[in-house]
Design a protein around this ligand. Sequence first.
Ligand SMILES: Nc1ncnc2c1ncn2[C@@H]1O[C@H](COP(=O)(O)OP(=O)(O)OP(=O)(O)O)[C@@H](O)[C@H]1O
Ligand SMILES: CC(C)(CO)[C@@H](O)C(=O)NCCC(=O)O
Ligand SMILES: [K+]
Length: 240
Amino acid sequence: MILQVDIGNSRIKWRLRRQGRTLESGVGNHGDYQWLQGLALQQVWVSSVVALESESLQAALAAYGLPRARFASAQASAGGVVNGYQVPATLGVDRWLALLGARQLSVGPAVVVDAGTALTVDLLGADGRHRGGYIAPGLTLMQQSLALKSQALAVNFERRGRVAPGDSSATAIEAALVAMGRGLIETGRLSLSEYCPADPVLLLFTGGDGDFWQRVLAEGSSEPELLFIGLERYFTQGQG
Ligand SMILES: Nc1ncnc2c1ncn2[C@@H]1O[C@H](COP(=O)(O)OP(=O)(O)OP(=O)(O)O)[C@@H](O)[C@H]1O
Ligand SMILES: CC(C)(CO)[C@@H](O)C(=O)NCCC(=O)O
Ligand SMILES: [K+]
């Protein structure tokens, strides 16, 4: 069995794979690795954007007598994708793997939206060139930033995904955050379409809030496993 792990800033997601099939998957908190105990693993493939947590996972694997983790990192190019960063290794590995995953799902131009702690929007041309991207605070982080400075703004909102002007604090905040996120994603699409005016651009959504943003944009597709698809491509195409 191969264990695949996605260590994000908020949580850890994992899935167990055998012969291209998922046997089990789960979500956990940083520092909690008890679920590893007793697993029969041949390999452990990891995407981590939290260095300290990478070390904790490695220590837990050693403690349970399991194989050492192999960590993916952003490359200059691989799997038909060319990293658009000036310093390719500084692109977040989760963004890199989502781009590899996007390439696996589609050969056309794609806007890859990873809506986790941060909301990242990355542009992938039909030629496989990454045309850069955007990093914004995610929905929860944006809401928390208002609450941090004002008690009056510490209100929870329903996630209705509407942008109509609010008639309460909750609806006013939600409408603004939705408009901001939508504007960012649409800006990304517009930038990408300058490289490929004739091609329809595919929107791909992933991350904890991926479904939400897919509904807001009302197009494209929600791909919760996008990072894992990229992780598998990374480690099975010889670049790992
Ligand atoms: N059960 C859940 N627990 C925590 N967050 C959730 C849950 N369901 C949806 N979310 C949303 O997912 C977001 C976190 O997304 P995700 O789990 O992708 O974060 P992450 O992968 O740890 O962060 P990142 O990869 O951006 O560093 C939160 O902002 C929250 O709005
Ligand atoms: C932006 C996040 C936090 C999104 O998870 C991650 O991809 C990261 O830490 N990136 C490194 C910085 C960058 O991608 O420019
Ligand atoms: K992410």
